[in-house]
Design a binder for this molecule. Structure first.
Ligand SMILES: Cc1ncc(COP(=O)(O)O)c(C=O)c1O
Length: 423
């Protein structure tokens, strides 16, 4: 839909993410966001069905988070994390350790999901070095996505992970199917037996593979993977950057399989979607492996803005909201509404699957042209980013019933129209 672009909105200097700059149109100028709604410069509002890449778990501009960040801004916006300490960072680490399963007690902060994954990969390799073993490979899963930096995209499925142009730069890894069937489980065990001595860790997005196609697996499969890692003496890294903080119905997806990963990566909803922050959290076993009289055995990583106090204050406020507001009950209600309202799409010839887990609703189309539907959603007043053959919803966890109905209504309309056109 055409709009009058404000004078600052040109593509002369900004390089956009995942965008062919030769062919793109201007992005939509946003002036405000509150609750589940984004306000555009021309006054229109869009209901956000994807919570800004799954971050805004309490909706935008939540007063409790805003107040915490404002108070922190008055007192101490930033100070380096090496040699100096601040309460929001130390408090947040202790709270995460209390909330995470098992003895995931040792929190290393960074500022983005990809870096949290890099940190986890480095920790795993160095963990084995401390046992006198050089393990330089990882086992990752087809359709997995772990980020865009070198290590993170090397454990991302080369076929679905956006980085085909960089194939020559990728660090070679082992890839397996998520072991759902007996045959896949046997093949997974075979890979671990054959290559276990060079594999530092298995890395997985527990229960939901997000950017690789919003594919679900069940808790039993996740428990099988944990048990297989134990049988073969391998570390398990849970990348909960998307699934963490309620998205799958529990605070962390790993809880549903009652497993404790050796390392867990968190980001996205950690600050309620307000400020960049990530955490890589290790168990006692991983942490203590780094302890020795020599500084060479220390974990050598230290992002300049790690543990930024504003971001940590936002994260603490976000955790307050998980305690004080019925967020997980809201996710359960959202799941039921998504199931109900997306179900009719299952009947359409152009739809191959409709699935829901917690606060994620997925409509999988027969063809891979879902991104062409983006404009139609904007015309209906909703913000969605279909990709590949996937139209999905992952709105704020506390979205109002009527706003969610507007989102599912738009999905039903747009997908039905597209399905009719392709008949
Ligand atoms: C599971 C998972 N891991 C890692 C990342 C990378 O996070 P970031 O974009 O903050 O680097 C993402 C981002 O979508 C993700 O979904």
């Amino acid at each position: 839909m055409p709009f009058a672009a404000p004078s600052w909105l040109t593509l002369d200097h900004v390089w956009l993410p995942y965008t062919q700059m030769a062919a793109t149109t201007l992005p939509l100028p946003v002036v405000a966001a509150a609750g589940s709604c984004i306000t555009l410069a021309d006054g229109r509002t869009l209901i956000d069905g994807i919570a800004s890449w799954w971050t805004a778990c309490h909706g935008y501009n939540h007063p409790h988070i805003r107040a915490a960040v404002a108070a922190q801004l008055e007192q101490l916006p930033h100070v380096m994390f090496a040699g100096l300490a601040h309460e929001p960072g130390y408090e947040l680490a202790a709270r995460l350790a209390r909330l995470l399963p098992g003895d995931l007690n040792h929190v290393f902060f960074s500022e983005s999901g990809s870096v949290a994954v890099e940190v986890a990969l480095k920790m795993a390799v160095q963990f084995w070095r401390r046992q006198g073993q050089d393990r330089h490979r990882f086992l990752a899963f087809r359709h997995g996505y772990h980020g865009d930096t070198l290590g993170a995209f090397s454990v991302t499925d080369p076929a679905t992970g956006f980085h085909a142009a960089l194939a020559a730069y990728r660090v070679p890894q082992h890839f397996a199917d998520i072991p759902v069937t007996l045959a896949q489980r046997a093949e997974f065990e075979r890979l671990l037996a054959a290559h276990g001595s060079e594999i530092a860790a298995v890395i997985i997005e527990p229960l939901v593979q997000g950017a690789g196609g919003m594919r679900f697996h069940c808790a039993d499969t996740l428990a099988f993977i944990r048990a297989a890692c134990d049988r073969h003496g391998l570390l398990l890294i849970a990348d909960e950057i998307m699934t963490g903080f309620g998205r799958t119905g529990t605070l962390f997806a790993s809880e549903q399989a009652a497993i404790v990963p050796d390392i867990i990566c968190l980001s996205k909803a950690l600050t309620g979607g307000t400020l960049p922050l990530a955490a890589t959290v290790a168990t006692e076993q991983v942490f203590t492996a780094f302890q020795s009289p020599s500084v060479d055995d220390a974990f050598m990583h230290g992002p300049t803005f790690m543990g930024n106090p504003l971001a940590c204050a936002a994260a603490n406020a976000s955790l307050d909201l998980f305690e004080s507001e019925p967020r997980l009950a809201q996710v359960a209600a959202m799941a039921a509404q998504l199931e109900r309202e997306l179900a009719p799409l299952q009947e359409l010839p152009g739809v191959v699957d409709v699935r829901v887990m917690g606060g994620i609703g997925v409509v999988q189309l027969a063809t891979g042209e879902a991104s062409t539907l983006r404009g139609a959603f904007i015309e209906r007043g909703v913000w969605l980013r279909p990709f590949g053959n996937i139209v999905y919803l992952a709105p704020p966890l506390n979205i109002e019933h009527a706003d969610l109905a507007a989102l599912t209504g738009a999905v039903v309309d747009v997908v039905s129209n597209a399905s009719n056109t392709h008949d």
